[in-house]
Design a protein. Structure first.
Lengths: 211, 220
C-alpha cells in the first residue's frame, strides 16, 4: 500500500477536507470539481499543510499522526511533489533545478525517459510549457521519492502538447516503480494514466472506481 | 580636508549599512514570512526612526549610549566609549537607515513565491538551505536596492548624529555636519563644494537603487 490517509481533517473555507482512503494502485487519480480539496489533499501528504486530525502513512511509514504527535517535516517525507505551476526555480538552470535534491543517483535514466538532455544547460525562463512539466517531473523523480504527487500536470499545457506530455507521464509510470497520486478534473486523462480514481467533492471522497 | 570629510562619510555610511544587514534581513524575513505575537509592535518600532524627529532619535541614543546610560555604562566598563566618537556616527546612521533596509528587504522577501520554498523543502532542503539557495538569491535585487537606499540615507544623516556624535573635525564631522558648520562660519564657497559632492554621491546611490529595482520589475 503506498499511501494511507486515516481520518484526516483539514478545515478549508467553506468546508473541511475529511478523508479516509488507501491509495494502493500503481497510479491513483484524485478527481473532482475545482475547489473540492484535491490540491489540499496532496499538500497534506507532502507535509505542506497540517491537518487538525488524523494520520498519514507512506509505505507503512507514519509521516503524520495528530494523536501521537508525529509530524515528519516535508523535507524528510520523500515525496516527489509536482505542483500545478511547476514551481521551477527561476534563477537556476535546468540542470541545477533537477539536481537540487542533491541526488547521487545517475540522472541519465530520468533525462533519457523525459528527453530533456538538450535542455539541461538552459535557464528555465526559456522553456515552453511542456518542457517545464518534464523538467519539474525530472526534478521530482531525482529526489528518489517514495510516491509521486502530480497536481494537474496537463493544466496550462497547449492542447497539441497534451498528448505528448501524457505519453511522457505514461513512460514515467512504466519506467520507474514509484506509485503516483494524480490530481485532475479530467476523467479521460485519469483513465489514461490511472488504475483507480477517487472522486472528491466538497472535501469528501464520494466515490471510488477502478479504471 | 575635503577628501578627508568625504572619505569619513563614505566609510561610516558603508559600515553602518553593512552592520544593519544581518539584523535587518532577519527582521524583514520574520515580518514577511512568519506571524507572531507582537509583530505589529515590532513593525511600528522599526518604522519609528522614519517618522520621529531625527534629533529626538539622537537624544534617545545619547541617553542609552552615554556613559551613564544603560548600554553606554556597560560598554564603558568594557573600555568602549561610543558617544562623541566615530562609532556614534555609525550608530546614528545605522538606526536612521534601518527602517529603509527592512522595508525594502521585507517587500523583496514577500515577492518570493512561497511555493518555491515549499517545493525546495519537499526536495529535502533544510530551512537554512532553502533560505540561502532560494529565498536570498530571488530577493537579492530588492535587498541590494534597500542597502543602497540605506546607504544614501546614512550619507545625509544629520539630526541624530549631531546629538550623539557631536561635530568633531576628522572624527565625527560628516558631509552634512561639515556643510552646516561651514555655512555657520560664513564659508559658503567651501559649503557649496561639499554640497556638490553630496548631491553627486546621493544621486549615484539612489540611481543605482532604482536601476537595481527596475531590472527586477523587467524580469518576466
Amino acid at each position: 500500500m503506498s499511501v494511507r490517509i486515516d481520518g484526516v481533517v483539514l478545515p478549508l473555507a467553506p468546508f473541511a477536507l475529511e478523508v479516509t482512503a488507501e491509495l494502493s494502485a500503481r497510479a491513483t487519480a484524485i478527481t473532482g470539481p475545482s475547489g473540492a480539496g484535491k490540491t489540499s489533499l496532496l499538500e497534506v501528504i507532502a507535509g505542506l499543510r497540517k491537518p487538525t486530525r488524523g494520520a498519514v502513512a507512506i509505505h507503512e511509514r507514519v509521516v503524520f499522526d495528530r494523536e501521537q504527535r508525529i509530524d515528519v517535516p516535508a523535507r524528510a517525507r520523500r515525496v516527489g511533489y509536482v505542483p500545478q505551476d511547476d514551481a521551477l526555480f527561476p534563477h537556476l538552470s535546468v540542470r541545477r533545478n533537477i539536481l537540487y535534491s542533491g541526488a547521487t543517483m545517475s540522472i541519465e535514466d530520468v533525462v533519457a525517459v523525459l528527453e530533456i538532455e538538450p535542455l539541461l544547460e538552459r535557464g528555465v525562463k526559456h522553456l515552453s510549457g511542456g518542457e517545464r512539466k518534464r523538467v519539474a517531473l525530472a526534478r521530482a523523480l531525482l529526489s528518489r521519492p517514495e510516491v509521486l504527487l502530480l497536481d494537474e500536470p496537463l493544466a496550462g499545457v497547449d492542447p497539441d502538447l497534451r498528448r505528448r506530455v501524457l505519453d511522457y507521464l505514461v513512460r514515467v509510470r512504466d519506467e520507474f516503480p514509484i506509485p503516483i497520486v494524480y490530481v485532475t478534473h479530467d476523467d479521460e486523462e485519469a483513465a489514461h494514466i490511472c488504475d483507480e480514481a477517487l472522486l472528491l467533492e466538497r472535501g469528501r471522497v464520494v466515490r471510488r472506481v477502478s479504471l | 580636508m575635503t577628501s578627508e570629510i568625504i572619505f569619513l562619510t563614505l566609510r561610516t555610511a558603508a559600515v553602518a549599512t553593512l552592520v544593519i544587514v544581518p539584523p535587518g534581513l532577519a527582521v524583514a524575513w520574520l515580518l514577511a514570512r512568519r506571524s507572531w505575537r507582537g509583530k505589529s509592535l515590532v513593525e511600528t518600532l522599526v518604522a519609528l526612526p522614519l517618522v520621529m524627529p531625527p534629533v529626538a532619535t539622537g537624544l534617545i541614543l545619547l541617553q542609552l549610549f552615554g556613559r551613564r546610560g544603560p548600554i553606554g555604562g556597560w560598554l564603558h566598563s568594557l573600555g568602549i566609549d561610543v558617544v562623541f566618537t566615530t562609532k556614534a556616527v555609525i550608530l546614528a546612521m545605522a538606526v536612521m537607515s534601518f527602517p529603509l533596509l527592512v522595508r525594502a528587504a521585507r517587500v523583496a522577501f514577500e515577492e518570493v513565491n512561497p511555493r518555491l520554498e515549499q517545493i525546495a523543502r519537499t526536495l529535502g532542503a533544510s530551512d537554512t538551505r532553502v533560505f540561502v539557495t532560494i529565498t536570498l538569491p530571488l530577493a537579492a535585487r530588492g535587498i541590494v536596492s534597500g542597502m543602497l537606499l540605506a546607504f544614501a540615507r546614512a550619507l545625509g544623516e544629520f539630526g541624530a548624529t549631531i546629538l550623539v556624535a557631536g561635530n568633531i573635525p576628522g572624527e565625527t564631522s560628516t558631509l552634512s555636519l561639515s556643510i552646516y558648520n561651514l555655512v555657520q562660519l560664513g564659508r559658503d564657497d567651501e559649503a557649496f563644494q561639499l554640497l556638490a559632492v553630496s548631491v553627486v554621491i546621493a544621486f549615484g546611490a539612489v540611481w543605482l537603487a532604482e536601476m537595481t529595482l527596475r531590472k527586477t520589475a523587467a524580469k518576466p
